[in-house]
Design a protein around this ligand. Structure first.
Ligand SMILES: NC(=O)c1ccc[n+]([C@@H]2O[C@H](COP(=O)([O-])OP(=O)(O)OC[C@H]3O[C@@H](n4cnc5c(N)ncnc54)[C@H](OP(=O)(O)O)[C@@H]3O)[C@@H](O)[C@H]2O)c1
Length: 336
């Protein structure tokens, strides 16, 4: 009997210690912010640039805003020249001395040759040390720049082959190609003893667990996650690339132009979320994490989703997506 009690006490103690360790990591990650975020991704003798895809609005613009505040140059990549110009002027107001470039490229349609020739003048003249693979969304729904062609949330059986390809092209193919092209530049050896590093940040989504009525979106977000995590392990395994970090960002609901209906109360705005990514990436990398939830509540949601049974998880996800589907169906009915 006393042996059983001892074993139960041991199991209880291990559970308490595990929880205490988790709590310590959680609190220190969210509360201890470095005074100069991303310092090791700067360069001593030249401006270090970050290439941020999909950065004329939303989370990408939020990341770019914080990067210029921290002294980085930025290259804003987007598909609409006017929107890029307006984003660049916003950044210039935030940081008048910041080096800002724009790159017009359509993530959905750019060919490998177009991508390569757009990058060449940048990599031959600038020192890019951070790549932010941010562009992504549900490109088969044209809400802002044209007629609403289809409901934003709809069953997979209604996707044409072109719809399937559109989501893969924008959310998966583009970032896989861009990352492969930029890695040799990011991997250039740092000055000996400098501790200088490079970074690839890849935006996934809580939807990577699989979501109804946005099946393709969720599937590409699982791709993004595996791309960033696989890359982190590969880069760390080779001494020639061990100075390049790869970190996946897993947002929950963030208020942006692309996600502006039926968000839970307290969801962060795009600019706050972008700031949190920049301020918390060091903490995640230094802990050896391959992915991070920069907004604290998204981290809690992730733990809950992994802890509950599949039946409970499916019910929660389905109810949440059904609410969003109803909200976006109303938009479709009004605008079609
Ligand atoms: N918002 C959320 O709740 C949430 C949650 C989880 C994950 N994420 C992920 O976070 C990332 C950013 O999301 P977001 O909500 O900030 O998106 P967003 O508000 O829709 O902004 C996307 C950005 O990408 C640009 N863009 C759109 N189509 C493009 C194309 N074909 N080529 C190049 N650029 C293009 C947009 O430019 P225009 O304005 O000119 O179209 C805009 O600057 C995505 O990968 C998304 O999956 C977001």
């Amino acid at each position: 009997m006393s042996l059983i009690l001892l074993a139960l006490a041991g199991i209880g103690a291990i559970a308490v210690l595990r929880f205490a360790y988790f709590l310590y990591q959680f609190l220190s990650f969210h509360l201890l912010i470095p005074s100069e975020p991303l310092k090791k991704y700067k360069r001593a003798n030249t401006t270090a640039y970050a290439l941020v895809t999909g950065s004329s609005a939303g989370i990408g613009l939020g990341i770019a805003q914080e990067l210029v505040r921290q002294g980085f140059g930025v290259i804003l990549l987007g598909h609409l020249p006017d929107e890029l110009a307006s984003a660049a002027s916003t950044l210039q107001q935030i940081a008048p001395r910041a080096q800002i470039r724009t790159l017009v490229l359509n993530a959905r349609t750019a060919t490998p040759a177009e991508l390569e020739s757009a990058l060449q003048p940048l990599t031959s003249t600038l020192r890019i040390t951070i790549l932010v693979n941010n562009v992504g969304g549900n490109p088969i729904h044209h809400g802002r720049h044209g007629a609403v062609a289809t409901p934003a949330f709809r069953p997979h059986a209604t996707y044409s082959a072109a719809d399937v390809d559109a989501v893969i092209d924008m959310n998966a193919r583009f970032m896989a190609r861009l990352t492969a092209l930029l890695l040799p530049h990011l991997s250039k050896p740092p000055a000996p003893g400098s501790g200088e590093r490079s970074l690839v940040l890849t935006l996934s989504s809580g939807a990577h667990i699989g979501v109804p009525w946005l099946v393709m979106y969720g599937a590409t977000k699982a791709f993004n996650r595996a791309l960033g995590v696989g890359l982190a392990r590969e880069l760390a395994a080779d001494p020639a690339t061990a100075h390049v970090d790869s970190l996946v960002v897993v947002p929950g609901e963030v208020r942006t132009q692309g996600n502006c209906r039926d968000l839970p109360a307290g969801s962060p705005s795009w600019d706050r979320f972008g700031r949190e990514i920049v301020r918390k990436a060091d903490g995640a990398v230094s802990r050896g994490w391959r992915e991070m939830h920069p907004f604290w509540w998204h981290g809690v949601e992730d733990v809950l989703a992994r802890t509950v049974s599949e039946a409970v998880r499916s019910k929660g996800v389905t109810e949440q997506l059904a609410r969003k589907k109803r909200a976006w169906d109303e938009v479709y009915e009004k605008e079609k």
